[in-house]
Write a protein that binds this ligand. Structure first.
Ligand code: FEO
Ligand code: CA
Ligand code: CA
Ligand code: CA
Length: 589
């Protein structure tokens, strides 16, 4: 609550300067190490990676493609479990001669499906330092692959609803697979939450209706053509299959035999991820973004309290409670928000907001929608209540130090100048911005809040940018903020996805204090290889390590003509990296 200490020490590491190098760069005094790459064995019986002869059977035991969110659970001081989302695949980089799903070798399609989902791998600390490496010998009992085929229990109020029933699952309670897992979070009870984001792109033949159109489903063919190997991706034949994707999924990395779960109570949309915070009375709030231009930010609040040590109970927390969507009001006159990013006369883009309830687990608050319909067609329900259309809400993360909550709004090329409002003050919004939410009473259960835009991204020499009032001659450029995390001091880490296109420099990882006199002094901790997005990031609890995950290195190239050769100099491989200070200092300080 208010009055809790927030030391936010000023980071003083030397900035990594903008560049276009095909490598990971970290500040002077730091080192980094590639922990695990696409194709590396995950299960003890996995074969070594063979780029020329890929099979789905091998891939389902090996590290998947396009690593995104990274979670880390220490087992003891020397060992830990790394969870990694595998968001999607770049087939043109994975397979020589690939020319689209319609023509593709069917085994390649199966490989791509097996390269989705997530991985759990055991790591060990190297010589008491902040360096971690992959355990490659022994039983590794926790190591696991989750793919587009893994059974998932469907839980929460929509489970069993007729919109979720299919020929293969007439009860509507057991889905197969998770796809397009983007960002995520760790719960206090030791599980991972992972967001199914752009699930629409895997389906073909959608019926033409309000719901399919609001979720961007194609009535024609998709590029991937998974329907060629698994007919459930053909909605003309299995129209409800798509209703079983677009959820927050929960995985227990400590129990390798557990069935992962889709949590319908947290709604269905292009879930970026979910991050939880405890309310003042010990319940759980989950903050979530729907990553689409002009879409919404959401919050779930449980009705039950978190009970430390009671795992079985805690695994039910996300099934009952209330789902909300946000409405934000600016406090400056509308005519002062002209779309250029010029600050209004009160000197801040700020205001107040309300969490509008959509449904509880037993009651719908949206006319014409049942509880299950709110949870399955969440976007349609949220459209009815006057939620605020945001600039692509990405990761949404509470500070563990202050409880304030931060959302990355990555960009919105489609916002017209006349559509600019105080929470989304630029039109078009080429570079994105950060939103800070302060719940009333510093309680994540609150239904009202105040908010401010502390950072309007871009080149600091561009007049449309703002760094919380900090001297812009002393900050670094940033664009396309995406994944967020906090360190133990309460400094915000921001990774980017799109700086090559918007600022002509590789994507990067930044650190910025959000409290005190250095609020807004944004520094650059790392840059990633050519055409890679910076994913992860995660700072360990002891703050000796930061994990980052360069996703889709060389994504504009092909297997024949690669534009990146990271990390090994032969072909690009999405990989997870750790970075640490060689003198043992806390990272990012
Ligand atoms: Fe997969 Fe919204 O980034
Ligand atoms: Ca204002
Ligand atoms: Ca993301
Ligand atoms: Ca992204």
């Amino acid at each position: 609550g208010p009055g809790r200490p927030h030391p936010s020490p000023r980071p003083t590491f030397k900035n990594v300067l903008p560049n276009n190098r095909d490598e990971v760069s970290v500040p002077e005094g730091y080192d980094h190490h590639v922990i695990v790459r696409w194709g590396d064995p995950v299960l003890p019986d996995a074969p070594e990676f063979d780029f020329e002869n890929q099979t789905a059977e091998a891939q389902a035991k090996q590290f998947g493609y396009n690593c995104d969110y990274v979670g880390f659970f220490t087992l003891d001081d020397e060992r830990g479990l790394l969870w990694v989302n595998h968001e999607y695949t770049n087939e043109e980089l994975m397979f020589a001669g690939y020319s689209g799903g319609a023509e593709a070798d069917l085994e390649w399609i199966r490989v791509a499906m097996a390269a989705h989902g997530g991985s759990i791998v055991e790591l060990e600390r190297v010589d008491g330092t902040g360096q971690w490496r992959l355990v490659t010998e022994g039983e590794r009992p926790f190591n696991r692959r989750i793919t587009a085929d893994t059974p998932f229990r469907i839980a929460g109020p929509a489970a069993g609803h007729e919109l979720l029933r299919t020929e293969a699952d007439p009860e509507g309670v057991l889905a197969r697979g998770t796809i397009n897992n983007c960002a995520g979070g760790m719960t206090p009870w030791g599980t991972v939450l992972s967001g199914e984001e752009n699930f629409h792109q895997y389906f073909v033949g959608a019926p033409d209706n309000e719901a399919t159109s609001r979720y961007g489903l194609s009535t024609g063919y998709s590029g991937r053509r998974w329907d060629r190997v698994d007919e459930r991706f053909d909605l003309a034949r299995h129209p409800n299959e798509v209703n079983r994707f677009g959820y927050i999924v929960e995985i227990d990395p400590h129990d390798p035999d557990s069935t992962p779960v889709k949590r319908t109570m947290l709604g269905r949309f292009k879930h970026e991820g979910a991050n939880v915070n405890l309310t003042e009375d010990g319940r759980v709030a989950a903050y979530m973004g729907d990553d689409e231009r002009f879409d919404y930010i959401y919050k779930f609040v449980s009705d039950k309290k978190y009970v430390e040590g009671s795992h079985k109970h805690n695994m039910t927390l996300l099934d009952t409670g209330t789902l909300y969507v946000a409405r934000l009001e600016g406090n400056s006159p509308a005519e002062e928000i002209d779309g250029t990013g010029a600050l209004p006369s009160d000197g801040e883009f700020d205001g107040t907001g309300e969490w509008l309830p959509l449904c509880s687990d037993t009651e719908s608050f949206v006319e014409g929608f049942s509880v299950a319909e709110v949870l399955i067609h969440t976007r349609l329900a949220a459209d009815k209540v006057g939620a605020t259309k945001m600039d692509r809400p990405e990761d949404f993360e509470p500070s563990p130090v202050t409880g304030k909550v931060y959302c990355a709004l990555t960009n919105n090329s489609a916002r017209e100048p006349g559509q600019a409002d105080e929470p989304n003050p630029r039109g078009p919004n080429k570079y994105g911005h950060i939103l800070e939410i302060i719940e009333d009473g510093a309680d994540s259960a609150a239904t009202t809040f105040s908010w401010i835009v502390p950072i309007v991204c871009g080149d600091p020499e561009d007049d449309s940018t703002y760094y919380a009032g900090f001297d812009k001659s002393k900050v670094m450029p940033i664009s396309a903020p995406d994944n967020l995390t906090f360190d133990k001091h309460g400094n915000l880490w921001i990774s980017t996805d799109g700086q090559p296109g918007s600022l002509g420099m590789n994507d990067s990882l930044h650190v910025v204090p959000v409290e005190g006199r250095f609020r807004g002094e944004l520094r650059t901790f790392a840059t990633v290889p050519v055409e890679a997005e910076t994913c992860g990031p995660l700072v360990t609890k002891d703050q000796k390590t930061v994990f980052l995950a360069p996703q889709h290195p060389g994504e504009n190239g092909t297997a024949e003509e690669p534009t990146s050769l990271w990390p090994d100099g032969d072909f690009p491989r999405p990989s997870v990296v750790c970075a640490w200070h060689k003198g043992g200092r806390d990272v990012g300080t």
